[in-house]
Design a protein around this ligand. Structure first.
Ligand code: SAH
Ligand code: SF4
Length: 408
């Protein structure tokens, strides 16, 4: 099911011209309050008030902030909004997976508003939100649709946080039932989004500062309160950043490995030419905090006749020996023009058996939202058609690899 949500009213358009505070970190929120005339000595207290309304309650209007004086609410509303990114379309799979194409406000120099994708995958025990860190990607992994598109830009920290705000709005994941003044957190068991994975568009370790700021907002105990252990950053292997990320952030780590020898990985994940497997594995061995309780996830996309032999499976197990690891075998998701095919199911099962026998449990990642994947191409072409007359660069349509994003 696809819903096109066009927001055309004059009031909405006017509101969109105001800068939104939704998704800001504490420092930026403080700056915004000072710019609105809040005295410096009150800023800390006011930030704390807004923080709770924005990130515990998810309010979308200043009027709802009942413990903020009416005068300040009016002043803030004159200057700012609490808008989320505009939803271009929303797709809902029969299995409950949802995918949003979001349009971000243009930055000063941009001719056109960039668009990104975010995916929500509900499961019995958890709900995973797969978010983007860049518009497009500078890397060119040969099996990834995003890799065929030019990078438009890094996402701002606010734009990364806004993806979770918008998703929680759309799936009703705020503690709306609480009486006003009660700022209790929604218990983790009642929350629909329990996990966040940076597996949407882009290479998060090429946008470290913004991703770090955003993950700090997500994990802030007085706000969204998502444990760092429930946040996973996936990287194609930007070796010099891996250790630094582990030290600074404390999130879980996933590595897009996909091959066990350099010749093939150079082809599949070309950044391997710069940071070969040996260095990547070394960085994983030394990842701060890695232990049996905090394993690294290795992602391995199953490509027919390319990396799916039993010899490959044995090489994989050997390569990872000694690293506290989980392995996710990802059935390849084909896209128009891609040169690969997904491995046969029996091949994946035989591969999985070798991996299982080596002590890695349930490694095949179940594809979710397959029906909206089919519709995903239509979604993009629709979006393309709308923009055909203004398009300047070919191949600038957007797509996310994040189609099987829930990870163990
Ligand atoms: N850039 C980061 C995060 C985004 S990609 C990274 O590469 O890790 C998230 C995951 O989806 C990666 O493991 C990526 O290799 C995988 N992926 C990309 N295209 C895919 C496809 N067509 N089918 C299955 N998985 C894919
Ligand atoms: Fe970029 Fe990741 Fe896709 Fe590679 S797999 S092109 S790093 S998004």
């Amino acid at each position: 099911m696809t819903l096109a949500l066009e927001q055309t009213s004059a009031a909405t358009a006017a509101a969109r011209e105001k800068i939104s505070l939704a998704g800001l970190d504490r420092a930026r929120l403080g700056e915004a309050l000072i710019a609105a005339g809040v005295p410096a000595k009150q800023v800390r207290m006011r930030v704390a008030q807004l923080w709770s309304w924005l990130y515990v309650r998810g309010v979308t209007s200043f009027d709802a902030m009942t413990d903020v004086s009416k005068e300040l609410r009016t002043r803030l509303a004159e200057r700012y909004s609490l808008d989320r990114p505009e939803i271009v379309s929303e797709q809902i799979s029969i299995d409950g997976t949802r995918k949003w194409l979001m349009r971000l406000p243009k930055l000063g120099h941009e001719a056109r508003a960039p668009e990104i994708e975010t995916v929500y995958i509900p499961e019995a025990e958890r709900g995973t939100l797969c978010i983007s860190s860049q518009v497009g990607c500078t890397l060119t992994c040969s099996f990834c649709h995003t890799g065929t598109q030019r990078l438009v830009r890094n996402l701002e920290a606010q734009e990364i946080v806004a993806q979770i705000l918008l998703a929680r709005d759309r799936i009703g994941d705020w503690p709306g039932a609480s009486p006003p003044g009660d700022d209790r957190l929604l218990p983790v068991t009642e929350r629909k989004i329990t996990n966040v994975v940076l597996m949407g568009m882009g290479e998060p370790l090429y946008n470290v500062e913004n991703v770090k700021t955003a993950m700090d907002v997500l994990s802030d105990g007085e706000g969204l309160s998502l444990s760092k252990r429930r946040i996973t950053l996936s990287t194609s292997g930007i070796v010099p950043e891996i250790g630094r990320w582990g030290e600074q952030s404390g999130t879980m780590l996933a590595i897009s490995l996909h091959a066990t020898h350099d010749k093939l990985r150079d082809e599949l994940v070309p950044i391997n030419k710069k940071y070969p497997i040996k260095e990547l594995i070394e960085a994983c061995r030394n990842y701060p905090g890695v232990s049996n309780a905090r394993r690294i996830t290795f992602e391995y996309v199953m490509l027919k006749g390319v990396n799916d032999s039993l010899a490959d499976a044995r090489a994989l197990v050997k390569l990872l020996a000694g690293i506290p690891a989980k392995i996710n075998l990802i059935p390849f998701n084909p896209w128009p023009g891609s040169k690969y095919e997904c491995s046969e199911w029996e091949t994946i099962e035989r591969f999985a058996e070798v991996v299982n026998k080596a002590g890695y449990a349930s490694p095949v990642r179940t594809p979710r939202g397959r029906d909206i994947l089919a519709a995903c191409g239509q979604l993009r072409s629709e979006s393309q058609r709308l923009r055909a007359s203004e398009r300047v660069a070919p191949g600038s349509e957007l797509s996310s690899p994040a189609t099987n994003a829930a990870i163990d």
